[in-house]
Design a protein around this ligand. Structure first.
Ligand SMILES: [Zn+2]
Length: 403
């Protein structure tokens, strides 16, 4: 056997062993060997190495079915950390995150009229603030950035984002040079769909994450791999056309879905309706309240406000057909819905589910699950973390392990 092959096998075994400890720990060495059909000596050597490096802890003796009690080992998530950065069109966040993608501390900044390089400088400002509080950069395994738009994840370059005016910005190189650590850059929706699978334990080989919030987007996993397209521009669900003579979109096209169901679109519709003197509890005195949030909108839906209910029906009327298109194109096992406009709105969820049940090809919609995101409001930060963790530990996305 060539040395290269041997090294590859060692690395594969190492990642299988670490993955087993992470998923099933506390676990004994002999259990790991049995579970993966790897020799006990190989397991013992690898585990010893990982204990020395600080990725695995040795615990006390576990339960025994007779004879000597085995020593248990478990994954050690807190000896190292990573920095997650989430850039969205309205807020930039940076966080210290442990190796189980748990957020330890965070800094954030509202994006107000920041464009191009200024956005990256703002992110650097947040990372600097985090580092001032926690200076042990030698324990940082890297920085991972989730950003909306078309991202070249191999080169770590944001190719295009119209709202933030990002064009060919080499985020990876900028951050790597400044902080001297490895840097990952990924499209935010791809990051979240990865996190749903890894952290949210959604064990589907074919799944689609759809968000409706500030914007509308999707992340698609087919055959356990993220679907990117040739240049990283796949899954632009928000820019699929729903009306060829509709509203002009920033992307240059007309009638893109995003302009009908995103929060800015919904907000615009509420304000217009109020100015036309339509009665709603969102504006008890006639004018719009100073700060209207998605939460206030959901509250109005729950209270049966006719304007809020009408708008929800309208959103469902666009989103339902959009999902049917996705389902008929990709035949996923699950659609996971996230974003502040969907997460708290049971009426919208119910409408969309029943639309899909009626209109998608029966063969495709049969065993399909339509569920809400398990990652909550921190989905993007957790998403960025899981991109890094998957690569750093070479955790397989597939439920089938390499033997
Ligand atoms: Zn568009």
């Amino acid at each position: 056997m060539r040395t290269g092959d041997l090294k590859l096998i060692q690395e594969l075994n190492r990642s299988i062993i670490l993955n087993t400890i992470r998923k099933h720990g506390p676990i004994s060495r002999s259990e790991i060997a049995k579970m993966n059909k790897i020799s006990p000596t190989t397991v013992a050597t690898a585990v010893q190495e990982m204990i020395k490096e600080g990725f695995v802890d040795e615990l006390g003796a576990g339960a025994s079915s007779g004879g000597r009690k085995p020593i248990m080992v478990s994954f050690a998530p807190n000896n190292f950390y990573l920095i997650s950065v989430s850039i969205s069109n309205s807020i930039i966040e940076a966080a210290h995150v442990n190796l189980e993608a748990k957020i330890l501390s965070r800094k954030s900044l509202a994006v107000k009229q920041l464009y191009g390089e200024e956005v990256i400088q703002a992110a650097i400002g947040l990372i600097d603030q985090l580092n001032e509080e926690y200076m042990e950069l030698n324990k940082c395994i890297g920085i991972s950035v989730a950003v909306p738009g078309i991202v070249d994840h191999k080169e770590g370059i944001v190719r295009y984002n119209s709202k933030l005016q990002l064009q060919n910005i080499a985020i990876r190189d900028i951050l790597a040079e400044r902080y001297g650590v490895k840097v990952w850059v990924e499209n935010d929706m791809n990051a979240i769909v990865l996190a749903e699978k890894q952290i949210g334990n959604r064990h589907y080989s074919d799944m689609i994450y759809v968000t409706v919030g500030d914007g509308v987007g999707a992340g698609i996993i087919i055959n356990d791999a993220v679907l990117r397209g040739k240049k990283g521009g796949a899954s632009e669900f928000g820019h699929t056309s729903v009306d060829r003579s509709g509203i002009r979109c920033e992307c240059g096209n007309y009638g893109c879905l995003e302009n009908y169901i995103s929060w800015p679109a919904v907000y615009g519709r509420i304000v217009t309706s109020i100015s036309r003197r339509r009665h709603t509890i969102l504006a008890p005195a006639g004018g719009p309240p100073p700060q209207l949030t998605p939460e206030m909108f959901h509250e109005a839906v729950q209270q049966g406000d006719t304007l809020a209910v009408d708008i929800t029906e309208e959103i469902a009327g666009y989103l339902g057909p959009g999902l049917v298109n996705l389902i008929n194109l990709f035949n996923p096992e699950a659609i996971i819905l996230g974003g502040e406009l969907i997460l708290e709105d049971s009426m919208l969820l119910e409408r969309v589910r029943s639309y899909v049940a009626k209109h998608a090809l029966t063969l495709n919609s049969g065993p399909l699950q339509i569920v809400t995101s398990s990652l909550g409001k921190d989905a993007k930060l957790v998403g960025a973390a899981s991109v890094l963790l998957q690569d750093f530990f070479r955790f397989s996305l597939s439920s089938q392990q390499v033997k």
